[in-house]
Design a protein around this ligand. Structure first.
Ligand code: FDA
Length: 312
């Protein structure tokens, strides 16, 4: 992995650097590019703006790696309020929600998070989403959480079969997971993966990650589920368009997903061609870990990060 990318991802977990970045000049503008705002009203405004040109949304109330039960309860309640408001505003057909199990649960000594608490809290969000006419996708975090996340997801899918999974093509294991999740009714978001991972579990070169992405996409398109292709990569998007035709998939039987603030013109282009395009819209005050992963993805974004450190 590119050393600058590793450095920024390491900084994502560092409290002292978080404080430096939070108070650095220029931070606000960068946050605004990638994060829709701090409040539910900001999130709803983003959904309306996306809906105006035919795009859909998946809303992420920012937070991760929680150590405090009271905070997980606050996060669950924020999701429940958000779902109520989406419904009240008639936007439940345009937006679903994305959750991180490390935000809905607490760290434990033995695993990445308390699975029982994660399942209980995610179930509350899934039940509310179903009542309000929408769905939930469970984000995937670093590889130490993959098994626990897939176990909780399998439990959720017994009651809410349309709960979405996320698979990361950088993990060597993912082809097998894609084959296992390609059955009828499944919703699977396929992304490259955003965390710093060791070479024994993840492909190191971008080329291998891309090849794995296409192999997994083939498995999902060949299967009977609803694939959700989360990428901004122009080469992959061209390959996916060809693969979709090859498997005889009709528009609406799969979708493209991109991040808020990244390649909006491409999002609009695909939507104008009749593709379903869903934008991942993060909002809330806990933007630091999310922002660091976005900065690490693109060398041009890292200039801001280095300036923030140098200004201290
Ligand atoms: P790549 O990183 O190769 O980028 C291709 C091109 O896209 C770049 O050249 C640039 O033009 C543009 N681009 C990409 N990222 C950019 C950025 N941050 N700023 C500006 N331009 C950028 N990961 C994860 O581990 N777990 C998860 O649950 C999710 N969920 C998720 C949902 C959705 C809807 C998306 C789009 C992505 C995720 N991800 C994720 C993140 C994902 O794993 C990956 O890190 C990013 O999407 C970047 O990978 P690309 O496929 O875009 O390719």
């Amino acid at each position: 992995m590119n050393p600058l990318r590793s450095l920024i991802l390491a900084a994502a977990g560092n409290e002292a650097i978080r404080r430096l970045v939070a108070t650095a000049p220029g931070t606000r503008g960068v946050v605004q590019r990638f994060v829709a705002g701090e409040t539910t009203a900001d999130a709803l405004a983003a959904v309306r703006a996306l809906a105006a040109d035919g795009r859909y949304a998946t809303l992420d109330y920012l937070g991760e790696d929680t150590s405090d039960r009271a905070l997980t309860e606050e996060i669950v309640r924020s999701y429940l309020r958000l779902l109520d408001e989406l419904h009240a505003e008639g936007l439940a057909g345009r937006a679903e929600v994305s959750v991180k199990l490390s935000a809905l649960s607490v760290r434990t000594g033995t695993g990445p998070f308390d699975e029982r608490l994660a399942l209980d809290n995610a179930s509350r969000v899934c039940a509310a989403a179903e009542q309000r006419g929408t769905t939930v996708t469970v984000d995937m975090e670093d590889h130490t959480a993959t098994d626990a996340t897939l176990r909780v997801l399998a439990e959720l899918r017994r009651t809410w079969p349309r709960t979405g999974a996320v698979l990361q093509s950088y993990l060597r294991r993912t082809e097998a997971d894609a084959a296992a999740l390609a059955g009828p009714g499944s919703r699977v978001r396929l992304c490259k993966g955003a965390y710093a991972e060791p070479a024994d579990v993840a492909f190191d070169s971008a080329h291998e990650v891309d090849l794995s992405y296409v192999r997994c996409a083939n498995l999902l398109l060949e299967g009977e589920g609803y694939p959700m292709f989360a990428t901004h990569d122009p080469r992959l998007i061209a390959v996916l368009a060809e693969r979709v035709r090859w498997y005889g998939r009709k528009q609406g039987s799969y979708e493209y997903q991109m991040l808020y603030g990244v390649r909006p013109d491409e999002q609009r282009r695909l939507a104008a061609e009749g593709e379903t395009v869903r934008v991942y819209v993060p909002f809330g005050e806990q933007w630091y870990g999310y922002l660091m992963r976005r900065l690490a993805e693109r060398p041009a974004n890292t200039a801001f990060f280095l300036r923030a450190l140098a200004s201290r």
